[in-house]
Design a protein around this ligand. Structure first.
Ligand code: UD1
Ligand code: CA
Length: 455
């Protein structure tokens, strides 16, 4: 069945107390509305029309795709008025599914169930809430058929006792909208044009109306305040954590785990507390991630251990490596097997061969490092001349002492040893020892400067 989606996202979001449009606040690192667009794409909507009010340019900048269309709603006169603004943008797809830009966790499977139930009539996604206050209530007749939706403010005391609420998500027959929407009146307590009033119009026109209950109430929650956003963030993180636990991943504390991308794990992966995962991450069998690490777009080979407080971004790490604590791997880092990168070592755009080590306080950038290389503490590749970046090549079996500068472009050939404190400013032959000419003096009469004595 062909269908399209309209996302209502023009509401002000006053209770966020923010200059940012509400739907651009982030959940799991992505704008709320991006989650909704992803759900619409997952069920293959033929077009997704976003009704925006505030910050239209920002909303458009946050989304992209040929399947998107936009409609401005100004001023915001209610949900029915919002959908009316989208009318000129709608396609011929016979079914229009209405979603909210601030209800981010709705699942594709739920939307598919709703579409299937609707056929080409009206289907409303409802939920049973212990505390239904604030929501529109679902009215049903004795036979259980839906007869309407009444807003809290317009409801009688008896209607307010109904626990089945309108989530706002519904499907509508596109061809009818041109007649129904202009008929909506704002003669209600909020002086708004309620989309929910189309239910009565549908029944009058003998269009079938069904109410379908959501499987899980977290997927229908909206975000009106920062507290609700924080709650939904935790609900989402708990779902992600639960999936990983099911797959056999150890999360030392699933309540202290943050997924802001997609994480694929092999067997017996161990993740300690307070780690953040962004982008696409792949952890092979037996990988262990220490506490307080941030990983973004990283692949890690089997048996590798990442020690606490490491920040890894855009790195490919081989098997049986040991990284950190306090390591920083930047984009373009490629480590072969059994590489050791220790504390306060930064690696950028560099390949490091098998069994090589840089254990303390170093910067390795724009470099090719061979196998079995040892890079001593405080070694710096001086890759930047103020205008251009240059490469450093360190061949196999080189041993670099502490506090060495390698002024790129430069090559240290196979098997050489570079003495501590050396500045390597030209290519070296293989083997032997490289040191700068230097002297050491002793000045016995030299006096250390003293502070004047206090009076
Ligand atoms: C609406 C429903 C209510 C339902 C509730 C679920 C109506 C009349 N009421 O209530 O039955 O229980 O959602 O949360 O539909 N929006 C616009 N333009 C507007 C007004 C709203 O785009 O002029 C958008 C908002 O950005 C939001 C959505 O519509 O995404 C819902 O708006 P909100 O004000 O939260 O709806 P309620 O009136 O609380
Ligand atoms: Ca709301």
């Amino acid at each position: 069945m062909r269908f399209q989606v309209v996302i209502l996202a023009a509401g002000q979001g006053k209770r966020m107390h923010s200059d940012l449009p509400k739907v651009l606040h982030t959940l799991a690192g992505r704008p709320l509305i991006a989650h909704v667009v992803a759900a619409a794409r997952a069920i293959a909507a033929e077009q997704i029309c976003v009704v925006y009010g505030h910050g239209g340019d920002q909303v458009k900048a946050a989304l992209s795709g040929k399947d998107l269309a936009y409609a401005l709603q100004a001023p915001q006169l209610g949900t029915g008025h919002a959908l009316q603004q989208a009318l000129p943008r709608l396609t011929k797809a016979p079914v229009t599914l209405v979603l909210y830009g601030d209800v981010p966790l709705v699942r594709a499977a739920t939307l598919q169930t709703l579409l299937d139930a609707a056929a080409e009539g009206v289907a409303v996604l409802t939920a049973d809430l212990d505390d239904p206050s604030g929501y529109g209530r679902i009215l049903r007749n004795k036979a259980g058929r839906m007869t309407g939706i009444v807003e809290q403010n317009d409801a009688t005391a008896a209607q307010r006792r109904i626990h089945e609420i309108n989530t706002g998500i519904m499907t509508l027959p596109t061809a009818r909208l041109g007649r129904w929407l202009p008929k909506l009146q704002n003669s209600n307590t909020q002086h708004e044009y309620y989309l929910t009033d189309v239910i009565a119009l549908a029944i009058k026109d003998r269009v079938p109306v069904v109410g379908i209950k959501a499987a899980d109430n977290s997927e229908i929650q909206g975000v009106n305040s920062r507290a609700q956003l924080a709650q939904l963030e935790r609900a989402y993180q708990w779902q992600q954590a639960a999936q990983l636990l099911d797959q056999g991943v150890t999360l030392v504390d699933p309540l202290r785990f943050d997924m802001r991308g997609a994480l694929r794990c092999g067997r017996d992966v161990h993740i300690d507390v307070n780690c953040v995962f962004e982008g696409d991450i792949e952890l092979a069998d037996g990988v262990s991630i220490g506490a307080n690490c941030v990983l973004k777009d990283v692949t890690i080979g089997p048996g590798t251990r990442i020690e606490p407080f490491s920040h890894l971004d855009g790195a490919e790490i081989g098997a049986k490596c040991r990284i950190g604590p306090y390591a920083r791997l930047r984009p373009g880092t490629r480590l072969a097997t059994e590489v050791h990168i220790g504390n306060f070592v930064e690696i950028k755009a560099s390949e490091i061969g098998a069994s090589s080590k840089a254990n303390h306080l170093s910067y390795v950038g724009d470099s090719t490092v061979g196998r079995n290389v040892n890079i001593g503490a405080g070694t710096i590749t001086c890759n930047y001349d103020g205008a251009n970046k240059h490469r450093t090549v360190i061949e196999d079996d080189v041993h670099i002492g502490s506090d060495v500068q390698l002024v790129a472009p430069v090559r240290v050939a196979r098997g050489a040893t570079v003495g501590a404190g050396t500045t390597v400013w030209k290519d070296t032959p293989s083997g032997g020892l490289i040191i700068n000419a230097r002297t050491q003096e002793h000045r016995p009469d030299w006096q250390r400067p003293r502070k004047p004595a206090r009076k």
